[in-house]
Design a protein around this ligand. Structure first.
Ligand code: FAD
Ligand code: SF4
Ligand code: SF4
Ligand code: SF4
Length: 414
């Protein structure tokens, strides 16, 4: 019997599962579907090419084999899709693969009652970072001298981003070198400190698998009682084989995690310094967001945004039809989200104007964390701003304001 905190090497007993490492994740998902512990699996699979990670809901265990393997250009965030398209898992049981940012977004959505975490099994993935599909294509063309359309596989190994082509070419370049040139992992990934998401039920990775099992087993850490039950169930059902991890492997995994966290912190310092401090930072943000075309992409994709009546659409706060919008548009976003931003990068990825939204939001989140101690996505604690009340200005002015002020603000009669 396993328990929270236990660690294993695990690998699949199912011959057609070709996992990234030991295929443990796909095997656990298979067990969850076959045992009817969940109704469906939400994960990603290769779409048009290796740069195109598409979200997929799988209900037939036979379909899981197609989703096995890691897509390092899979920058999408799954939790908001549960809210938007799967009714917040309120009436179905789901298993979901979660990078650190997915896991943190799950907690933030759950604490706002947007998804039902009791109905969700989170299978965590260690995460060293992901690469924007657009940038990946550019760097493979320019830096690797390879046509991205010829790439059939990509992987991250020993600090290199490696691509393989259909005619057998194999080329890797150090991620550090790529990042020095503004390429490599997404900027938010470079700042990320959530490398082993232990907020999940079971977390899986390759760090720490050494010796004869290197490359053939998945390193599994059990993170909850629910995770222990599921892991034991999968072993009992015969889909998974396990062994104890090597002592040296445990040390290596710890060491890598700590180095990666330190690198994340260092990258935060560097990137935050680039946007200045105090008034300079404000001016910088105002200038950058001056390109905004108010497409609402950042709002639609942010896991923290959930208001039914979005304040950025209220005419007395942001004038309708104005592009770029008043800076109030950005101020509302900062006030609503900054204390809970999980640095998932969605608002930057989606922005057609290349505004580094997540950098601005993350920089503020770090400052608010220093003040109030709230670390988003780690537990079910609400942030301090959740207790602030937003005044309904229309109702207030309707009750107390003059007719003229009301008409000026709302453009209609009281
Ligand atoms: P498999 O059986 O192959 O199953 C993998 C599952 O992950 C599948 O269900 C698949 O759909 C899902 N998946 C693939 N890509 C994504 C994605 N982008 N977002 C969400 N789900 C996805 N491990 C480390 O130890 N160190 C690392 O630095 C590291 N970096 C990673 C970076 C990324 C972007 C990803 C996706 C994974 C990373 N991992 C890392 C985890 C590792 O690559 C394996 O996923 C893990 O070891 C499980 O292996 P497996 O053979 O058991 O998984
Ligand atoms: Fe991974 Fe963190 Fe980037 Fe999310 S933000 S993809 S967890 S490195
Ligand atoms: Fe993610 Fe951006 Fe929302 Fe922060 S503000 S949680 S980075 S989408
Ligand atoms: Fe403005 Fe970019 Fe957000 Fe669109 S995604 S509303 S352009 S900041």
């Amino acid at each position: 019997m396993s328990a929270k905190g236990d660690m294993f090497y695990a690998w699949t007993n199912v011959s057609d599962i070709k996992g990234e490492c030991g295929g443990a994740v796909t095997s656990i998902l298979k067990y969850l579907l076959e045992s009817k512990t969940v109704d469906a699996v939400l994960t990603v699979q290769k779409g048009a090419d290796v740069f195109d990670a598409e979200p997929v809901v799988i209900t037939d265990p036979a379909d899981l084999v197609k989703s096995a393997g890691s897509l390092h250009c899979g920058t999408l965030l799954l939790p908001k899709l549960i809210k938007k398209y799967l009714n917040g898992a309120k009436d179905m049981k789901l298993a979901v693969t979660c990078k650190g940012c997915d896991a943190k977004a799950m907690y933030e959505l759950a604490k706002r009652q947007q998804i039902n975490l009791d109905n969700i099994v989170m299978i965590g993935l260690n995460c060293g970072g992901s690469v924007s599909p657009v940038l990946a294509r550019k760097m493979i063309t320019e830096k690797y001298g390879i046509d991205p359309n010829d790439v059939v596989k990509e992987e991250i190994d020993k600090g290199q981003f490696i691509v393989m082509t259909k005619d057998g070419q194999h080329k890797g370049i150090k991620i550090d070198e790529l990042e020095e040139e503004g390429l490599g992992r997404r900027k938010n990934c470079q700042r990320c400190e959530t490398k082993i998401p232990r907020q999940t039920d079971i977390v899986c990775g390759n760090w720490g698998v050494i010796g004869e099992k290197a490359g053939k087993a998945t390193f599994v850490e059990i993170c909850s009682d629910k995770g222990a039950m599921i892991f034991d169930g999968a072993v009992k059902a015969g889909v998974l084989a396990t062994s104890a991890p090597e002592e040296k492997g445990l040390e290596i995994r710890d060491k890598i995690e700590n180095v990666m966290i330190k690198m994340g912190k260092k990258n935060q310092e560097t990137q935050f310094a680039e946007i200045g401090e105090g008034t300079d930072r404000l001016k910088y943000i105002m200038a950058e967001t001056g390109r905004c075309i108010k497409c609402y992409g950042c709002i639609e994709n942010c896991p923290i945004c959930y208001c039914v009546e979005c304040s950025t659409k209220k005419p007395h706060l942001v004038r309708p039809g104005q592009v770029p919008p008043d800076f109030m548009f950005q101020m509302i976003r900062f006030a609503h989200i900054a204390d809970s931003c999980v640095n998932c990068g969605q608002c930057t990825d989606i922005c057609p104007q290349n505004i580094p939204n997540s950098l601005f939001m993350h920089a503020q989140q770090v400052e608010l964390e220093k003040m109030f101690g709230h670390k988003p996505g780690m537990d079910m604690e609400l942030p301090v701003l959740a207790f602030a009340e937003e005044i309904d200005e229309r109702a207030r002015l309707n009750a107390t304001g003059s007719d003229m002020i009301y008409e000026n603000v709302f453009g209609e009669e009281k």
